[in-house]
Design a binder for this molecule. Structure first.
Ligand SMILES: Nc1nc2c(ncn2[C@@H]2O[C@H](COP(=O)(O)OP(=O)(O)OP(=O)(O)O)[C@@H](O)[C@H]2O)c(=O)[nH]1
Length: 316
């Protein structure tokens, strides 16, 4: 047992923060550079959020919980009001937002789009700009980008602009500590929300994806030898459930390489996927000891076995 309470300094700060930015902006790499350990949250933890926790930064005087903001990462799949609602809802729940903009690329429409959405947030959520990948530019280029980013903030986050603009390189570690420090100062005064140590639910997520993978391969192993990857995207406790009868929504993507394989996994009229879902659900319910709703999606990720970026994303 830890004695967290007794040893917590008086001005300890703890809270939730989220990195946003267009694809490739460096969010995941920065998250990994800041966090000692990867985690994913399930139903049985304190202070459960509806977001996937990507990691927790434990510092002497603070704790930062890095959460995902679904939606902003893939604006093209969500239209208009739905996106606005989602952004307000999810980012309304974090204590600060880190907006990642690569130092080596001109500010583009994707960045402006996100900045505009951030500008629509209630003014209480501080937004800091993180100019990422500074190792790829020279000092003059970096200075120019810092100015451009500051200007973007003044234009689209009027009247306040960004709470801070911090250059960082996750690759060589430059200013990674500074990012944590700046974010920590924006967290509310609070004892740690998660215990140090026993952090990870990742084995649980792995077991769940394995159960689904096994069920999905049953009977079609020859047709789908190594072409199936299963990723548990989110596990979210269902709201408004009685405490003695909880339920967890589990969203899962099954990745295959070719459309023909997708057809095999889904089966005629979706019957096969339904059977896979039923079988896996029972096993997962036994594993977790709670009711679940299993949401399975089959996606084609072309040649994912050969693409390091895709592999990374699928947890290989
Ligand atoms: N040189 C350099 N490359 C970086 C740095 N941070 C990230 N990258 C590279 O930039 C690419 C994208 O980084 P990610 O961390 O995956 O970016 P992301 O914003 O999470 O991307 P999505 O998952 O597509 O939203 C990868 O190839 C990284 O290796 C950095 O500090 N320096």
């Amino acid at each position: 047992m830890s004695n967290t309470i007794e040893t917590t300094p008086e001005n300890f700060r703890a809270g939730f923060t989220s990195f946003v930015g267009r694809p490739n902006a460096g969010k995941s790499t920065l998250t990994n550079a800041m966090v000692g350990q990867k985690v994913a949250i399930t139903s049985n933890k304190p202070q459960t959020t509806r977001h996937t926790i990507r990691g927790i930064v434990h510092r002497e005087d603070s704790q930062l919980i890095l959460v995902d903001t679904p939606g902003l990462h893939r604006p093209r799949t969500l239209l208009g009001q739905r996106l606005n609602d989602l952004v307000a809802e999810t980012l309304g729940e974090v204590d600060a937002v880190g907006f990642c903009l690569p130092a080596n690329e001109k500010i583009g429409p994707g960045d402006k789009f996100i900045a505009q959405k951030l500008g629509g947030l209630p003014p209480r959520t501080p937004i800091i700009a993180l100019v990422t990948k500074t190792d790829l530019v020279n000092p003059a280029q970096l200075a120019e980008q810092l100015l451009a980013v500051t200007k973007l903030g003044e234009e689209l986050l009027a009247p306040k602009g960004f709470a801070a603009v911090v250059p960082v390189s996750a690759k060589d570690g430059y200013q990674v500590e500074e990012v944590a420090k700046v974010l920590a100062q924006l967290m509310p005064v609070s004892p740690p929300l998660y215990p140090d140590g026993e952090l990870t639910d990742e084995p649980e997520m792995k077991m769940i994806s394995e159960l689904i993978r096994e069920a999905a391969l049953e009977g079609v192993r020859d047709e789908l030898p190594h072409s199936l990857a299963v990723v548990v995207e989110e596990m979210i406790p269902r709201e408004d459930r009685p405490a003695d009868n909880p339920m967890v929504d589990i969203h899962v993507n099954l990745y295959v390489e070719r459309p023909s394989q997708k057809a095999i996994v889904i089966g005629k009229g979706g019957t096969r996927l339904r059977d896979v879902g039923t079988k896996a659900r029972k096993e997962i319910e036994t594993l977790l000891g709670t009711k679940i709703y299993l949401d399975l999606h089959v996606k084609v990720a072309k040649e994912w076995q050969r693409d390091p970026k895709q592999l990374g994303r699928l947890g290989f």
